[in-house]
Write a protein that binds this ligand. Sequence first.
Ligand SMILES: Nc1ncnc2c1ncn2[C@@H]1O[C@H](COP(=O)(O)OP(=O)(O)O)[C@@H](O)[C@H]1O
Ligand SMILES: [Mg+2]
Length: 258
Amino acid sequence: MIIAVANQKGGVGKTTTAVNLATALAAIGKRVLVVDSDPQGNASTGFGVGRKDRDPSIYQVLVDGVPAADAVRDTVIPGLSILPATPALAGAEVELVDADRRSNRLADALASLPAFDFVLIDCPPSLGLITVNALVAADAVLVPLQSEFFALEGLSQLLGTIERVKAGLNRRLELLGIVLTMVDRRNRLSDQVCADVRAVMGAKVLKTQVPRNVRLSEAPSHGLPALIYDSRCAGSEAYLALARELLDRLDTPLVVAN
Ligand SMILES: Nc1ncnc2c1ncn2[C@@H]1O[C@H](COP(=O)(O)OP(=O)(O)O)[C@@H](O)[C@H]1O
Ligand SMILES: [Mg+2]
């Protein structure tokens, strides 16, 4: 199953969610690929892929037709691979405008790979061609929403984009769910925002909420997912719970790694 982690707002927890949910799924025994689809390359950094070790990257795969298998590499986490990104990816947005199958480049590339149980695509903070490629490649979209005052702002635009891609380019695309991030239970505003989002979006909001947790923000500077950096912190526990909740939702039998 291919999941796009998308929200056109920056700083809402897309990369943190992609990296740690992927690690949690791998810890549960799934074969997982993370596709870094953001020119900032934060997911690549989060898995400790150095800036000099990112070629061939997703840019060459999307623009130059380099086989995806040549750009996918292992991480230190068993069962977890990554397709890294470099700043060059920003150029793809423009360079692909007149290209053949410009919206299907990522879908075509992923179709050429051996099967993974899960592919998580970490999208950039925009609704441009790179995000459209992710939505065309995906079976489902996971939307991280930061529990702050403007959380719902922009959501209708994102849902509209998902609907348009579904209508025109990818009929199987579904909204898998919305995950509330950076939740601070001691903060009344954060709690109120969570309640509001649940009132508006109902069952689409996942039960698991990711708390604001400093370990989640420290881990990338060590080139490690939080689940490896500190497997017992509240953030790591939340991402494990999120993985289990998603597997339950997808009705996938839960296989615990030994
Ligand atoms: N639950 C959290 N608690 C504390 N810090 C977080 C949490 N989630 C994300 N962050 C931090 O917030 C910033 C933005 O998160 P990030 O995942 O990079 O967002 P996006 O990919 O949507 O831009 C990063 O510095 C990240 O480490
Ligand atoms: Mg990001």
